[in-house]
Structures are given as C-alpha cells and as structure tokens.
Design a protein around this ligand. Structure first.
Ligand code: NI
Length: 197
C-alpha cells in the first residue's frame, strides 16, 4: 500500500496548520489554536447516530482509516489500543477521560456491522464511526485528513490511500496534539499522560 505520499501531504498540511505555534516543549499544546476538528454527524458501529456533541467533556483520540487496510491501520490501532490498556493500569482516571475513535474513510464497505467487529479487536471502548460518502468527506476535511480510492484495473477490490495520523482533542473538541502512532504504545501513553488532565 502506497501511503508515503499521503504521509508527506499530512506532514505538510500539519506544518501549515501548526505554523508559528509550535513551541517544542512546555505546557502549550502543539496544536493549540489550529483550525482542526469541529462538528460532525456520523453513524456508530451499532448503527446509531453519533455526533461530536456526545463526546463533550471527554478527550478524543481520533484516528482515520479503513477496515480493509492490510497493514498500516491495524498496526496503528494495535498501538493505540495497547496504549489505552497501559494507561488504564497506570492512571485509570485519565484513561477514563479518553475516548478512542476510529473514523472510516471507506464508507462503501465499512458498514456498522463491519466496524463493530473490527473495533472490538483493538480496544473494548474504541468507537467506530462511518457515514454517507458526503459525511465522511466533510469530517475528513475538517480533521485535516486526506484520502482517495485507488482502483486497480481488472480487480474488483480497491484500496484507499489515506493520511496516517492520530490526533488528540480536548474535552471541548479543541485540538491538542498529534500522537506518535508509529512509535509504539509507550510513546502514545506518555503523550496521553502529558496532555490529559
Ligand atoms: Ni490504512
């Protein structure tokens, strides 16, 4: 799966978003003030309507991907799930304030039943969200995520290239930080401990 150019795209986009705000340390969230996130209306893994408002008061760990992703998404979600389990042991109160959310960029195939089985493999509280193609396009745009369907000639299957990024938002939906999804569970847990109050 060729995700490299989307990684580059995501990095560029984030560099633009972060701009001069990047402090490199201290207590200022790296994404403070970034125009990232916002309202959405989607459908959860149980087929119920889900909106950003139901996560009011919770930190949201948001990751976009698709269940048919052969390599990248499962690895990252594994790390995220593991980080959540570690945080539950090291600081249960903080862990309880974090809502991990997986948003599909493949709404055609990722119906609620498919998502339900998928998310349960990574963490019991991981919520899977899908929607209409328009709803997904809208939320991806707001959250700075790029994706595109890649059809191969002669194949009935297709891939979806997508930004590889895990974002942490605060209790009011404000962007806080990019989580190190590719550096393993310990690194993710450390960042959660740092930003979740
Ligand atoms: Ni993927």
């Amino acid at each position: 799966m060729n995700e490299s150019r989307f990684l580059a795209f995501a990095a560029l986009l984030l560099a633009l978003l972060i701009g001069a705000c990047s402090s490199g340390g201290g207590d200022t969230p790296p994404l403070e003030g970034a125009k990232l996130g916002g309202p959405f209306t989607l459908t959860d893994q149980d087929g119920r309507q889900a909106t950003d408002r139901q996560f009011e008061g919770k930190y949201r760990l948001v990751y976009f991907g698709f269940t048919y992703c052969p390599d990248v998404c499962p690895v990252d979600l594994q790390s995220i799930g593991q980080a959540m389990r570690q945080l539950e042991k090291s600081d249960a109160a903080k862990a309880a304030r974090v809502q991990p959310i997986f948003i599909s960029v493949d709404p055609e195939r990722d119906k609620p039943a498919v998502l339900k089985q998928y998310v349960s493999a990574f963490h019991p509280r991981l919520i899977g969200l899908t929607g209409t193609p328009d709803q997904i396009a809208d939320v991806a745009k707001k959250y700075g995520v790029f994706y595109s369907k890649e059809e191969k000639a002669g194949a009935s299957d297709y891939m979806v290239n997508h930004s590889r990024i895990a974002l942490l938002f605060g209790p009011k939906g404000e962007p806080i930080a990019i989580l190190p999804h590719d550096k393993g569970a310990d690194a993710i847990e450390a960042e959660l401990k740092r930003w979740v109050k």
